[in-house]
Design a protein around this ligand. Structure first.
Ligand SMILES: [Zn+2]
Length: 407
């Protein structure tokens, strides 16, 4: 029987874990219970709690007991999402005090005896790197892994839960307790930067899957991507990874446009160089050699950008609108000219399905294999103690992806 190096390492870790767990006296082991643990687990965990608007405090809590179905994860890092920024600024979900952070990843340091495999059926061991997706509730359309057709927008996720007696409910922390009923994926074969990018990338894998339902997005399609923030940039990378050659990125920021090229756009158009929508449409058309786009992705949160993008699309073309994670206001279109007479097929996209989440792991591997500089999307890394600054950097929109990285 062949045993891989990784498996040997895991077995060794497991044995060492059991030894330290069973050692009598002298061990600074804690009151943590469960079937296995790796290495030393401190007696307290540190959690960045949002205790007031624009104010995180790193609090200490006792390390919780690990139940038979639970997993204790030592957090390695977590991306800062726009949702975190909204919560930080305004608390729209009335969650304060709350442990935020849902784009996190880390290493299993202890798990209950009933935990054997992840939500995709892959075995789980101590030392494995994991991410979570949503927490199951009883809606089969959301929770069925294989037959899922519905996005997880209505489900609970770690990092947006009300505070409770465990407190380790978000990824802006050094430990998180993953409880029974959560989806968890073994992503040990992805590097830390890739793992931090899983959640935002899943949003784009989903958007492209939505776009494909129109039947218009094809191998040789001409695709316009409007907005080159993290979402638009990842959109370009997903399209490029699936073999789409003709991608035009539209934005007003030269730095972002040049990064768009490195992530797979073959042409860029800066809207700042054109006066009015007709001139801008002309530039987009020119980028496709005199053709309008077959398909367009709208990746900004600006209602005017939504209204304008129809002009870039050919008769019979398609549009995926994914820029409005929050209510950004109303957009005015002309239903006759923009939609009916052109026979545009329009899809909206929001968050992702569980299936998209798993597809994203493969996307990230492929993006790396074809040399797309995905890791450069993470422009800022802060330790947990500087979380307030990390959020302020996110709000200032001077970077792309901001992340908290431990140690
Ligand atoms: Zn997010």
């Amino acid at each position: 029987m062949a045993v891989s190096e990784q498996e040997v390492e895991q077995i060794v870790r497991q044995i060492i874990g059991q030894m330290s767990g069973n050692a009598a006296g002298g061990q600074k082991q804690t009151a943590v219970s469960g079937s296995g643990s790796s290495g030393q687990i401190p007696s307290v965990a540190h959690v960045a709690m949002l205790t007031a608007l624009e104010k995180f405090e790193v609090k200490e809590y006792p390390m919780p007991a690990v139940g038979d179905d639970d997993i204790l994860v030592k957090v390695e890092g977590c991306g800062v999402c726009g949702t975190d920024a909204h919560e930080f600024k305004r608390d729209p979900f009335s969650l304060i005090p709350v442990a935020l952070g849902h784009e996190g990843t880390g290493e299993i340091v202890k798990m209950g005896k009933n935990v054997k495999q992840d939500s995709a059926g892959k075995p789980l061991h101590l030392g494995d790197k994991v991410v979570t997706c949503m927490i199951f509730d009883d809606d089969p359309d959301i929770t069925m892994y294989d037959l899922n057709k519905q996005n997880v927008g209505a489900a609970d996720v770690y990092g947006l839960l009300p505070d409770d007696e465990v407190h380790l409910n978000g990824w802006f922390a050094d430990y998180i307790l993953i409880r029974k009923g959560s989806t968890v994926f073994n992503v040990s074969d992805l590097d830390l930067d890739s793992r931090i990018l899983i959640e935002p990338c899943a949003v784009l894998v989903h958007a492209v899957e939505r776009a494909k339902t129109t039947g218009i997005l094809r191998f040789n399609s001409r695709v316009a991507v409007q907005g080159c923030g993290p979402i638009g940039l990842i959109c370009i990378a997903v399209l490029r990874t699936m073999g789409i050659e003709h991608i035009t990125a539209v934005d007003g920021n030269e730095q972002r446009l040049s990064f768009a090229k490195r992530l797979g756009a073959d042409h860029t158009v800066s809207f700042k160089e054109y006066q009015g929508i007709e001139a801008l449409t002309g530039a987009v058309k020119e980028s496709f050699g005199g053709h309008l786009a077959d398909f367009a992705f709208q990746c900004t949160g600006n209602p005017n950008a939504h209204a304008n993008i129809y002009k870039f699309i050919r008769n019979g073309g398609g549009l995926c609108e994914l820029g409005f994670f929050v209510n950004g206001g109303d957009a005015t279109i002309n239903p006759h000219f923009d939609l009916c007479s052109k026979e545009i097929t329009l899809v909206g996209s929001w968050v992702y399905t569980l299936r998209d989440y798993a597809t994203t792991f493969d996307f990230l591997k492929r993006a790396k294999a074809i040399g797309l500089p995905m890791a450069e999307l993470i422009t800022h890394k802060y330790p947990l103690e500087q979380i307030n600054e990390a959020l302020r950097t996110n709000l200032a929109m001077t970077g792309l992806k901001i992340a908290i990285v431990n140690q």
